[in-house]
Ligand binder design. Sequence first.
Ligand code: FAD
Length: 284
Amino acid sequence: MIPQNFEYTAATSLDQALGLLAQGAKPLAGGMSLIPMMKLRLASPEHLVDIGKLKDLKYIREAGGVIHVGAASTHHEIESAALLRGKCPLLSETAAHIGDVQVRNMGTIGGSVAHADPSADYPAALQALEAKIVLRGAKSERRVSAADFFLDTFATALEPGEIVSEVIVPLEPSGVGVSYQKMVQPASGFAIVGVAARVQRSGGKITMARIGVTGLSNHSYRATAAEKALEGKSGSAGELQNAAALVAEGIDANSDLHASAEYRRHLAVVYATRALAAALARTA
Ligand code: FAD
């Protein structure tokens, strides 16, 4: 049941959608998070603007040395895009971990990052990729780094009237190995803890490490102390474990009916070790 009446507009252009958002309407993309919230009466928008099928927001293309992923790209499209699988495999690998087939066919990357569920999968990858989130308003456009975008539980840098229009991810340089590893909450598929790792090795030494974490705390983050601990190391099992031990340091861990804070911290170390080992094995 959806308890409150609402107006619905299927936008035919981005400009039309942005004009309606400026007047207070709320975007609807895949509806995978918003519709359940409306059914639970946690959200009661008066006017929904459907942007889920807007061609202006549905693309995955390489330009200017990066990859632009339109906000209305579904998880399935991201999982299966040859461009991403070849040149930014961490994003497509992460998309493949989301929910189930139905959710991946409907849910969008724009909706996922805007919703900012603290257990969502993309944020870990976007932190590790140092991705940029592009925010469009009726008369504005700005780029925000993933590190500055995810602020708190269901809270982001989006201002009223703005939408996420695209996500920009890098072309992975040669010699970089990536992996996303997560402990799944079996009923929903969400991450109890998820860790995305990117590692570059040259001349037998780790020259770059990026680690993004989701599920552990109120918002995703980059584990910079662990990243620094890996630089210049050969990547032995002991070195990976020592670095992974720093992943949860200084983090205020969430506790809920699925996992205590202590257990989540433990999982973060275990899954960071696994993600780093898998990423390193792919650097060859
Ligand atoms: P919607 O539900 O349409 O919108 C969500 C919110 O974002 C709303 O507030 C809406 O107004 C806003 N919004 C939508 N698009 C934009 C935009 N472009 N700019 C600004 N605001 C926007 N997620 C995971 O990460 N991992 C999982 O394992 C997982 N499992 C799931 C299992 C189930 C059964 C379900 C129902 C969902 C699951 N999800 C999971 C969430 C799923 O990924 C959703 O697709 C996603 O959170 C929201 O995307 P959406 O396109 O459906 O957005």
